[in-house]
Design a protein around this ligand. Structure first.
Ligand code: XBP
Ligand code: MG
Length: 274
């Protein structure tokens, strides 16, 4: 769980429920390790448009700082000085990228990240509500439903990039999820994989768990953070935790987040993970 010091006044609202009412999940990089598929789809569309550019893993990890596919393409076109070679309608190009991405999901190339399925199922059994706050488009979330990666009936609220004015790191998606859930941010926990996602959730006042992946492993996440390295069974956290992450951890971290003392967060240690 992470809570940035600068955001604590926002977080410490009091009120609401004592128990964990909802978990708000990011999609790309969190529920599914999808960025390699996004990258491949961008590269395929560049080929189709006859553009002499290819995003390497290294380049893409930097480009991920720009959230949203259209925004990322525009940023790159400008940065590379290739603006004139790119089509006038980045929207059309991005729509084609989305089709390519859907096709790879249909081919079964995406799966839930390890540990996620168990947490989702246990949360539902306990009556904890599930929501999605994502930068990507609704159609990409729907592609995960139709391919069976996610089950649509599990998700009460879904807010995606096109539903809000400002994408992550702005708090808009989270604020919209909270509005629709009719919950206080402190009743929820967010799960994110990136600095941008974390900033979005924390600015909305939601205590946030970070689960990194190959692209976000080296991001900073701030100093005051207890970083959960990965939901994957048996992987360690920064505190050396070697147990699988379960819904019990989520509930314990949520309880700890409600007990902020003197503007600081209780450090998350192995003992809080029981
Ligand atoms: C994920 C993204 C997305 C995908 C591409 O951000 O930035 O833009 O990389 O998706 P987050 P689209 O996980 O923080 O929501 O091409 O559909 O925009
Ligand atoms: Mg993400």
């Amino acid at each position: 769980m992470i809570i940035l010091e600068g955001q604590l006044p926002l977080l410490f609202r009091g009120g609401g429920h004592m128990s964990l009412e909802a978990i708000i999940w990011d999609v790309d990089g969190t529920l599914v390790d999808s960025e390699e598929l996004h990258r491949a789809a961008f590269n395929t569309v560049f080929d189709e448009y006859g553009l002499d550019c290819r995003w390497s893993r290294k380049a893409y990890s930097k480009l991920l700082k720009v959230t949203g596919g259209k925004e990322r393409i525009r940023y790159y076109a400008k940065l590379s000085g290739m603006e004139k070679s790119f089509p006038s309608s980045i929207e059309d190009m991005h729509a084609r990228k989305t089709e390519i991405y859907h096709e790879s999901i249909r081919l079964g190339k995406l799966h839930l990240r390890n540990g996620v399925k168990e947490i989702l199922n246990r949360a539902l059994e306990k009556g904890i509500r599930l929501a999605i706050a994502t930068t990507t488009s609704m159609s990409n979330v729907e592609a995960l439903f139709s391919s069976g990666v996610l089950q649509s009936e599990h998700w009460e609220i879904i807010v995606s990039g096109e539903h809000v004015t400002c994408k992550k790191p702005a708090p808009d998606v989270y604020l919209e999820v909270l509005r629709r859930l009719e919950l206080d941010p402190m009743d929820c926990i967010a799960v994110e994989d990136s600095e941008n996602g974390m900033e979005s959730a924390v600015t909305a006042g939601v205590p946030t768990i970070i689960t990194t992946n190959g692209y976000t492993r080296y991001q900073e996440f701030g100093k005051e953070i207890a970083l959960v390295h990965c939901l994957k069974h048996g992987l360690t956290t920064l505190e050396g935790l070697k147990t699988p992450i379960t819904i019990n951890h989520f509930e314990a971290w949520h309880a700890a987040a409600r007990h902020l003392v003197k503007g600081r967060v209780h450090p998350i240690t192995s003992s809080s993970h029981s």
